[in-house]
Design a protein around this ligand. Structure first.
Ligand code: NDP
Ligand code: OXD
Length: 308
């Protein structure tokens, strides 16, 4: 069996070592190589689009991340090839940690206390009412559901929005465009865990962000281009939104001089909410390759018409 690795990162050696350990009989090639046409399976992260037509006999392409937006629809990839994304693979717990931090930070007003510390102020604030701190999770997929479960013990009213109707214990669920406004109106803290697709690009525009309650906060941990960043800044400046915690940006790395860097009510991190874990990812991919070779179905297949 021949595997092809094409990664934009500087971590090719780690992936190759782990692949050789997990699938010892496989030959692993690193792209670019004239051997790309012979690959049975490709493992890719942010590949250049000229890769696709080279994969003449590939059976499946494994995306080395949960989000497949960087595949650009894989135009030119043979129709028979499956596209498979990572499902959790060590990311769900990291995402839960990040979002729980963001929610508690906002609910317990730790940013306000940090400002008060800078000003030398000893000023206790009253306990905020939990029932009036609704947390809305956009996207109830693998990561959205993990986040909801991790938040449950804290007792915030939890709501989730997805494309198809979903049931999730302890979460009031909404689905489709028709229910989005009602969902937003109840989200005192909005967590974005949607994939970036043609349907979700720019979804959180000025009008939709304005539907959040006065004083709401936004946490974006999926993809920057889902939010209209200028509208987010305007609504923070006008005071309609209180704070934002952002891990992802339309343009990454976030350009020097971007207003987000020094905005007093934005906390940001450099796309680290959930970092791909080589060992767990390879274990998941190796198991899926074994299943595919044995003619069994696998989960995590990207529906090309939905782009996620
Ligand atoms: P999933 O595919 O498991 O879940 C996606 C969810 O979004 C599903 O509930 C889906 O609905 C919903 N959804 C998709 N399109 C729409 C739409 N048009 N309208 C309403 N709901 C929609 O993805 P994951 O949970 O695994 O990952 C989510 C995203 O997180 C990734 O795509 C990636 O962009 C991001 N990510 C960010 C990381 C970081 O470090 N910042 C790390 C890892 C991932 P339905 O349930 O009906 O299918
Ligand atoms: C992913 C990511 O999609 O790291 O996995 O953003």
């Amino acid at each position: 069996m021949r595997l092809l690795l094409c990664t934009a990162g500087d971590d090719a050696a780690a992936w190759i070592a782990e692949l050789r350990r997990a699938l010892s009989s496989a030959q692993v090639d690193l792209w670019p190589t004239p051997e790309a046409h012979a690959a049975d399976y490709a493992l890719v992260w942010k590949p250049p689009h000229r890769l696709w037509p080279e994969l003449k006999r590939v059976k499946a392409v494994f995306n080395l991340g949960a989000g497949v937006d960087a595949l650009g629809g894989a135009v030119g990839l043979r129709r028979e090839a499956k596209i498979v994304r990572l499902e959790d693979a060590g990311m769900a717990q990291q995402m839960a940690e990040y979002v729980c931090h963001a929610v508690l930070r906002r609910y317990r007003e730790f940013d306000v206390y940090a400002e008060q510390q800078q000003a030398g102020l000893w000023r206790p604030r009253p306990r905020a009412c939990k029932q009036r701190f609704g947390v809305g999770i956009l996207g109830l997929g693998v990561l959205g559901r993990a986040v909801a479960s991790a938040l449950q013990p804290f007792g915030f009213p939890l709501r989730g929005w997805s494309r198809s109707a979903r049931q999730s214990d302890g979460v009031t669920t909404y689905c489709g465009a028709f229910e989005l406004d009602a969902f937003l109106a109840a989200a005192d803290l909005l967590v974005c865990l949607l994939p970036l697709t043609p349907d979700t690009r720019g979804l959180l525009d000025r009008e939709r962000l304005s539907r959040l309650p006065q004083g709401a906060s936004v946490v974006n941990v999926s993809r920057g281009a889902i939010i209209d960043e200028e509208a987010l800044l305007c609504l923070l400046d006008s005071g309609h939104l209180a704070r934002a915690m952002l891990d992802v940006f339309a343009d990454e790395p976030l350009p020097p001089g971007h207003r987000f860097w020094h905005h007093p009510r934005i906390a940001l991190t450099p796309h680290v909410a959930a970092i791909t874990q080589v060992e767990e990812s390879v274990a998941q991919i190796a198991e899926k390759i074994r299943r595919l070779e044995a003619g069994h179905p696998v989960t995590g297949i990207v529906a090309r018409d939905h782009a996620y």
